[in-house]
Design a protein around this ligand. Structure first.
Ligand code: ADP
Ligand code: ADP
Length: 229
């Protein structure tokens, strides 16, 4: 589903945030992305949702392939197709990024409203997504009244409401206490068990040391484990 081929990314001349990174993630996998702060984890995720592109002159390439005919390639995907790419994935951040002036239901519904989904379908999809994360009873609450763990569950519901092929998460438990972090991780495992591919950047060894899932480990922009092609 995700192919990085010799990807180098420089934000500034003579400094490589990522250096010659090659890996693949297959459909249905749950993969961890680890490494120290500044190692390049967020950059990998930004390259996948095409907020950034690989350095052109170094010939690297990022390919995101959802099926034989739904394919996005960093060399050939024009900027005006990036919204379409993002609609096929869900993205979750450490700081939740909920809209503060809309309630839980509207935060989750928004992505469907933007693409003109009929309201009966929106209701069904939002209820399913809220039930998945166990927060249906808070559907009329405003984000500022929720705990961090609850806000992150709303963000997960929002990411899942359109049934994405792929879920990307950048330190999703970084602002949560251990109990809430564990709950969020359990929700991720359930989402993966239902078929969604997951790439999760995390610092938390409790997750990756005690899970059967593959780990991509970055250090100073280089991928350390090379047995992952
Ligand atoms: P995290 O370690 O949680 O992924 P960030 O991705 O926010 O944190 O930032 C990682 C590093 O990248 C930090 O050192 C930050 O200062 C730097 N950084 C992030 N965005 C920019 C930017 N726009 N310009 C310069 N440095 C940045
Ligand atoms: P991580 O997510 O592992 O903390 P990042 O991918 O955020 O790492 O950052 C990798 C490197 O790229 C860091 O040295 C960071 O400071 C730098 N960096 C990230 N974003 C920018 C940016 N927009 N402009 C300049 N430097 C950046």
């Amino acid at each position: 589903m995700i192919h990085f081929t010799h990807v180098t990314k420089s934000y500034e001349a003579n400094w490589k945030a990522l250096n010659n990174v090659t890996f693949r993630i297959n459909k249905g996998e749950f993969v961890f992305l680890t490494g120290h702060s500044g190692a390049g984890k967020s950059t990998v995720l930004k390259l996948i949702y095409m907020d950034e592109r690989p350095d052109e002159q170094r010939g690297g390439q990022v390919m995101v392939k959802f099926s034989d005919n739904i394919l996005y390639d960093s060399k050939n995907t024009p900027d005006d197709r990036i919204q379409a790419l993002r609609r096929k994935m869900g993205i979750i951040f450490q700081d939740f990024k909920l809209l503060p002036d809309r309630n839980v239901f509207e935060n989750v519904a928004l992505a469907l409203r933007i693409v003109g989904t009929p309201s009966n379908k929106i209701n069904a999809a939002v209820f399913d997504a809220l039930a998945l994360v166990g927060i249906s009873q808070k559907r009329f609450a405003m984000p500022y009244t929720l705990s961090g763990g609850e806000q992150q569950r709303v963000a997960i519901a929002r990411a899942m409401v359109h049934n994405p092929y792929l879920l990307l998460a950048d330190e999703p438990t970084g602002n949560l206490d251990p109990k809430n972090a564990e709950e969020v991780f359990c929700i991720f495992k359930e989402i993966n068990a239902r078929g969604t591919t997951i790439l999760m950047a995390t610092h938390n060894p409790d997750f990756y040391l005690n899970s059967p899932f593959r780990r991509l480990e970055l250090s100073h922009g280089e991928l350390l484990n090379r047995d992952i092609l």
